[in-house]
Ligand binder design. Sequence first.
Ligand code: UD1
Length: 364
Amino acid sequence: MKILCVCGARPNFMKIAPIVDAFSKAGIDRAIVHTGQHYSPEMSRNFFDQLEIPKPDVNLEAGPGSHAFQTAEIIRRFEPVVIDQKPDAVLVVGDVNSTIACGLTAVKLGIKLIHVEAGLRSFDKAMPEEINRILTDSISDMLFVSEPSGIENLRREGRPEEAVFLAGNVMIDTLFKRLSKAGNSDILKRLGLKEKEFLTLTLHRPENVDSRESLLKAAELIERASEQLKIVLPLHPRTKRAFKQAGLEERITGIENLVICPPLNYIDFLRLLSTNACALTDSGGVQEETTALGIPCITLRKNTERPITITEGTNTLTGLNPEKAASQIKKLSENNFKAEGRCPKLWDGKAAERIAAEVIKTLA
Ligand code: UD1
């Protein structure tokens, strides 16, 4: 059995790493295809090195562009690879443009499609990822979900029960595997931070950074939060460019209690997340990682496609609302940033093993 495993953007790499490893151990012939959606060393190669992902067998080098251009470019470049490699299945992860582009290419060539992290829904079609999720799930033959809400959503959308599997969370496989190594990172020292005395902020969603109005809110939110605790902000390239274009660069860099650094590698970032008082984020992955670590998370979005991080985990939604975020930080600080929550079922470091076993059972 041969499976093409696709990855393309930063959050894909933590998900594909344990899958590739589990497939190799289970004797599945697999090839890695990197679409090149993310291409800078700090957004891509560093993750391959640290997560010990084998070098991609194919790199499509699609690069940046508008959504239509990027998606089309990946489709155009992936098609000859599938024709040449003749896989039994193509596996895609997550919800980025690479996910739908390669999924669509596969099914149009009559190749079976496996989607890992299926079924998540924010019910907000203004999010590009929501479109990617719905479309990918609607054409996939095997749907591996990370939390029970995914099963409900796929059922409601009429996906056949026998195609849906509750596998657990592959991103958390990677987190547990690398946690002890993160303990050796010297990032706190390098950035002048003390355990439990800082907040980690990540911000890159289009709805939060693509308009001047939301960037002004973000600036105010950072200013208010920084009055309570030191903040570290590993700055996503999209956000960096947005602040600059909006003429807000000086206002942001002038915030006294804010440390800005380039995007961090996996181990350094995990060190921050596991030692900070709290995370402020609009990322999907960070909501899950903080839940697994039992660290409080304030999500700067109006909704989440990962409701289990709220119902069982440590997550709270405030939107990009400076007032609400500041009062949530205050509330948490009054409780010494102790989080109430538990790690969801099957977020146990073995999700990829379960996926490999199910793939063999179904496709062999
Ligand atoms: C993409 C994903 C998003 C994911 C995020 C993580 C989609 C629709 N969005 O958004 O779900 O949370 O990745 O980072 O797929 N850039 C670089 N170097 C890189 C990559 C990008 O400088 O390695 C710059 C480019 O100028 C590019 C911009 O960042 O235009 C945005 O990159 P893109 O892949 O288009 O979207 P993200 O915002 O990163």
